[in-house]
Design a protein around this ligand. Sequence first.
Ligand code: ATP
Ligand code: MG
Length: 518
Amino acid sequence: MKTFQEFELHHSLTRAISEMGFEEATPIQAQVIPLALTGRDLIGQAQTGTGKTAAFGIPLLEKVDIDNDKVQGLVLAPTRELAIQVAEELSKIGAHKRVKILPIYGGQDIGRQIRALKNRPHLIIATPGRLIDHLERHTVRLGDVETVVLDEADEMLNMGFLEEIQKILSQVPTERQTMLFSATMPAPIRKLADQFLNNPEHISVIPKVVKAPSIAQFYCEVSERQKFDALCRMIDIDGPDLAIVFGRTKRRVDELAGALQKRGYMAEGLHGDLSQNQRDQVMRKFREGQIELLVATDVAARGIDVSNVTHVYNFDIPQDPESYTHRVGRTGRAGREGTATTFVTPRETEHLHFIERISKFKIAKRQMPTFADAVNKQMQNAVEKIVDTIESNELDTYITMANELLDEHDSNRLIAAALKLLTRETNNVNIELTPEAPLRSKKPKFGGGGSQGSYQGNRRRDDFRGGKPGTGGRPGGYGSKPSGGKPSAGKRGFYDELRGKRKKEDRPFKKEKDFVNV
Ligand SMILES: Nc1ncnc2c1ncn2[C@@H]1O[C@H](COP(=O)(O)OP(=O)(O)OP(=O)(O)O)[C@@H](O)[C@H]1O
Ligand SMILES: [Mg+2]
């Protein structure tokens, strides 16, 4: 195990790292940090939640010359939430060094960004679409960038950002250092690496067999119509601190969030059709624990780090093994434990086995809980709350009223009423969700020999970058058909498949704060 002192970093970085509570470097950090400090190009692959951000962030921050007012480093990330989060993490690490870090992403008012750019950030953390806008307007210059990081590089390809990345990198000097990170490295990403990286070192700390996985993984076979009740019952039984519920489409997420609210849960939806203001608010409330359930499309699947997410529910089975890995990886972060449950309709079991095979995970079966199970568990929880309250001994103000009530009512009935009040009445609101067609495996075509899946395939991503509101609800669509309709992704080249998929991510939005740190 390595301590951060061993890297001989600038004292201001070591100090900030220790204030953040990091004691030892994680395995990916132990390998990446010294190598990255030499200036070498590299590809870093490690499981979700194992500190890849700091693995690239620390060398980036170490290399910043604070007296140079040019943009010296650039991180590209697939989603706005991730760009913001990475900027925040790097800002914490770079706080004492006074590194200026600016997140740049679609949906934020461009005038404000232009003003913030004039403030001379040292590092920019950007989504590709918006950075291109700035390059076209000549409001940002990348001519002095020494280091480029592509975080979630495979996802940026999935989203059709290849051309943007090419264009951005064409404006960065060729003698730069380039690093590429993700928990998953499907075959096409290696082609990207050949194109953009110079003799990179591959660092992979994906264990062949995970002995004690920190994420317990289950599936539950249910019919489409049973899914919602199954979800509510599981939430009641599991009692998550915070949970993320993944749905396939934007419409699904809206319906599901609304339905959960009707049943009394503190839930809100997150997807690409919301305004940036709404997206920010939902994320903030979730991070602060003001909502307990984040219902999201795959927009929240990558990189998002909220430490007390104890449960992930795949209300709809994910499209591919990478998406499964990343969604499930929103829990069990930084050595914590988590539980992930995937709902599978009978016709989707083959797709589940495909995901299991490629991801090399064993997903255990979990029965659909009965209504009685859920009510009993809730009652147990209510009893625990009452017993804890008795033990807390702060009941004086309530005792007089309790005695008065006992004079008039039977004690059994009084306690029963208290339990009733403390138990959420789950099944009282009838909910009808628009059914989703089952998702089946596209006959995958295997190539290469990667540890994390090397099939060819591409996800259709209408969730990330807007489109008009209401375009999300495409019943049964989402490239789910094994054959027919349009040409299959397996036949066409990966990059061909990506072309023409891009939509503009930018929407007008004003944000109070531009620089995270200064
Ligand atoms: N050395 C460390 N000690 C303790 N906690 C750490 C350390 N390094 C990072 N962390 C924390 O671990 C959490 C997960 O880190 P991070 O988001 O970088 O993971 P990741 O590997 O990028 O995951 P993903 O693949 O999901 O993007 C963060 O909250 C981060 O602050
Ligand atoms: Mg990450």
